[in-house]
Design a protein around this ligand. Structure first.
Ligand code: ZN
Length: 242
């Protein structure tokens, strides 16, 4: 089945390219400020980033000046080298990117990382599907690294990047558009897939719920799903409290 490859308007100045489960491509966000446009997440390959760029141009939207990363996982960051935008990430995401930049991509190296727990079969399977030629994989680090949070005035819209951590990955950052009432969450509301069977560590889950409740938004856009309301995303998270 063909995935959805058309960029959609979410509200006002906010657009997104929907997720595509065929090779685990996540949602890519776009915010058109009066001075700067911002992209959220860089895609899982140069091909994914190029699809985003084609869709953006078709809608007559200006090129993003910045791209903000939600976390280090391959599907959100391997398109970065193909984008012209200045990239932004938490310092912790930057540390993970620096480590991944040293990874080799032979079958043996990929299997070795699964055995050591550095990577998981689900990611390796999708990397093989997205990249028929794995010599095309390029891991680039971000240009600007921040600690904790960052405010970006796009003109007519302020974007707040907040490192919320959570069950999925400790470096997780959300991007809040205060005026539009939109929150890009990346995968922070997902399970931990990297330490044994997929599960929700309870301490991190409780902290994440508290942090999301404190943020003012109406529409939540997670990395691999359709838009939800704040109530829906919080309800879904609370279902996983024991
Ligand atoms: Zn992830």
């Amino acid at each position: 089945m063909k995935g959805n490859e058309r960029m959609e308007k979410l509200t006002g100045r906010v657009y997104y390219l929907p997720h595509d489960a065929r090779t685990d491509r996540p949602v890519l966000g776009y915010i058109r400020g009066e001075r700067y446009a911002l992209m959220v997440d860089a895609g899982n390959s140069a091909a994914h980033a190029a699809l985003f760029e084609r869709q953006r141009r078709e809608l007559g939207l200006p090129a993003p000046a910045f791209v903000g990363l939600t976390h280090w996982h391959w599907d959100h960051v391997y398109g970065l080298h193909a984008l012209g935008a200045v990239s932004i990430a938490s310092r912790q995401t930057g540390d993970y990117l620096a480590r991944m930049a040293r990874w080799g991509w032979s079958d043996e190296e990929m299997e070795g990382r699964i055995a050591s727990g550095e990577d998981i079969p689900f990611c390796c399977d999708n990397i093989k599907k997205e990249y028929p030629d794995r010599s095309q994989i390029v891991v680039k680090n971000a240009d600007l690294l921040f600690e904790g949070g960052l405010r970006l005035d796009l003109g007519g819209e302020v974007c707040r990047a907040c490192q919320v951590g959570g069950p999925h990955s400790p470096d997780s950052v959300v991007y809040l558009l205060e005026r539009a009432g939109v929150l890009f969450l990346g995968d922070c509301a997902c399970e931990d897939f990297h330490h044994g069977p997929a599960h929700y560590p309870q301490k991190e889950l409780g902290e994440l719920i508290g942090r999301l409740e404190a943020l003012d938004f109406e529409i939540a856009l997670t990395g691999h799903w359709q838009p939800q309301s704040k109530e829906e995303i919080l309800h879904d998270l609370k279902e996983h409290i024991w």
